[in-house]
Write a protein that binds this ligand. Structure first.
Ligand SMILES: Cc1cc2nc3c(=O)[nH]c(=O)nc-3n(C[C@H](O)[C@H](O)[C@H](O)COP(=O)(O)O)c2cc1C
Length: 495
């Protein structure tokens, strides 16, 4: 600035303009992050009811590493299910919920505006799918249009907490029992910021947000990084059981991004030792979105969806628990292919967050953390929210949902089956290098039923299994040594 002030100012201007220049002038259709132009355009077209067909063939490089395709059948089926659903709720709950295979993933009122929450919930009501509240509580905007709700509790227990921020069973029961709430969910982590709590600054804690979260107005609102209601795998399940009973026996589930593998095994051991089975588990991938997150956590911490989903599926199949528990998947799923792939890998249904934001007008301005979202979606500024027309945008969310399920049905039909649950993992092939492609079951070996009970050491998870305990999230064996490697980081200091 001191040597070349004019040039420095011009540089600053271009620095600010860079995202727009890239997005509108420089980027190729298949470039652009987190969502490419092609991905966003597909969502906009589907949401707005425009044509979503493609002329003259794929633009993708089918010889590129990572290119993934579905093996179709010589005998396609003519009538694949275009409105597939799945029943969630095991023998321990008494009000099973019949869910669509695509739903709105958790996004809080606070991260999103009241109008965005209304548009999404109205869309869910029109299209017959569910809307997850996110951890910011059940607000009046969630309730206004009657769309099915999954009420999520994070570490702040917003909407059902006492003055110290601990879980309050009475307040939980009052809200969880309302008809519109179909299921409840304990959030353990999300892929975009695993293990991170959060703080909504007092300046953003408006009267409405304070009401939804049951916190004092204009005071900093803290989400701790961990839960206070439990500290071991068994206590987690007991808490889930308590929530299920308090909600009138509605299905209860967990949402997490998979981190340390022995903890997944510990969860399985806790289910086996208590006999308490959550009705569902949603696995979120590291590629998932958020309003704001520390860069290191967003970029480098947490397991991507494909890997986390396979690990959870393997744990449930290997312990014989899969029949009690349904699996959801989220992490950058926005089209029929994303759904088909993850359903083939084991998911019973998929959730999408940002894709639904695009459907109601998000332009990927990436200002969710600044409060200056130009489309009125991720802001509490009433002026900016004026641009969001709830009637128009709710129709778009519903249309995006319906058209994405129709696109999934195209894949299901070409595979020669009727329901997406009939898709198989061996149908998914990935190119691993220029000369080779592999079925996804060669990339991620899938466990036979009960193998973790019968002979855990014969599975790829033997060491994790041995290190897992239902009584603690900590490993009970030194995993590094158990794996035949030398010293763990913990021991290194002694030498
Ligand atoms: C604006 C925004 C707010 C979010 N808030 C929550 C939240 O409150 N609780 C939660 O579990 N996940 C939250 N998420 C994560 C999503 O629910 C989801 O797990 C993740 O974004 C993967 O979905 P996507 O890749 O389709 O966006 C949020 C995501 C976004 C984009």
């Amino acid at each position: 600035m001191r040597n070349y002030p004019v040039i420095a100012w011009v540089r600053h201007i271009f620095y600010d303009l860079r995202p727009f220049l890239r997005q509108y002038i420089v980027e190729d259709d298949l470039e652009g992050t987190p969502y490419s132009f092609a991905a966003r355009n597909l969502i906009y077209n589907r949401a707005q009811g425009k044509s979503d067909t493609q002329p003259l063939g794929t633009e993708r490089n089918v010889r590129e590493d990572g290119y993934t395709w579905v093996c179709h059948s010589m005998a396609p089926s003519a009538k694949p299910d275009k409105k597939p659903r799945v029943t969630i709720g095991n023998e321990q709950s008494s009000q099973p919920y019949n869910a669509s295979l695509l739903n709105i993933s958790a996004m809080s009122f606070g991260a999103l505006s009241g109008r965005a929450i209304e548009a999404l919930n109205k869309g869910a009501s029109i299209g017959g799918f569910y809307h997850d509240t996110g951890e910011g509580g059940l607000s009046k905007y969630h309730k206004k249009h009657g769309g099915d709700i999954v009420w999520e509790l994070g570490t702040g227990y917003f909407g059902c907490r006492d003055k110290q921020g601990r879980f309050d069973p009475k307040q939980f029961a009052d809200q969880a029992q309302i008809e519109q709430v179909k299921m409840t969910e304990i959030k353990l982590s999300q892929g975009a910021k695993p293990g991170h709590g959060g703080m909504l600054p007092g300046s953003k804690v408006t009267q409405e947000i304070a009401n939804a979260r049951q916190v004092p107005i204009h005071q900093d609102c803290l989400s701790p990084s961990g839960h206070s209601a439990f500290s071991t795998p068994i206590e987690l399940l007991e808490f889930a059981q308590n929530m299920r009973q308090l909600s009138g026996n509605k299905p209860v589930g967990l949402k997490l991004c998979v981190g340390m593998p022995h903890e997944v095994m510990a969860l399985g051991k806790a289910m086996l030792s208590t006999g308490i089975y959550p009705d569902f588990i949603v696995v979120d991938g590291a590629e998932g979105g958020t309003g704001a997150a520390p860069s290191e956590l967003s970029d480098w911490v947490g397991m991507p969806l494909e890997d986390g989903l396979v690990m959870m599926q393997n744990m449930l199949v290997g312990t014989g628990l899969r029949k009690h528990i349904k699996l959801g998947a989220s992490g950058k799923i926005y089209n029929g292919m994303g759904m088909a792939k993850h359903i083939a890998l084991g998911a019973d249904w998929c959730n999408a967050a940002r894709a639904f934001m695009f459907s109601i007008g998000c332009v990927q301005a990436r200002r969710c953390d600044k409060g200056t979202c130009p489309t009125g979606i991720a802001t509490q500024d009433p002026q900016r929210q004026r641009s969001l027309d709830i009637d128009i945008q709710s129709e778009r969310a519903a249309r995006f949902h319906a058209k994405t399920l129709s696109a999934l049905a195209e894949i299901v039909g070409s595979s020669g089956v009727i329901h997406p649950s009939e898709l198989n993992p061996h149908q998914i092939i990935t190119r691993v290098n220029a000369a080779q492609s592999k079925s996804i079951i060669d990339i991620h070996p899938l466990l036979p039923a009960n193998s973790l009970l019968d002979a855990p050491k014969d599975t790829a998870y033997g060491d994790w299994w041995e290190a897992a305990s239902p009584d603690t999230f900590k490993p009970i064996k030194d995993i590094t040594q158990a794996m035949g490697k030398t010293l763990s980081a913990h021991n290194r200091g002694h030498y």
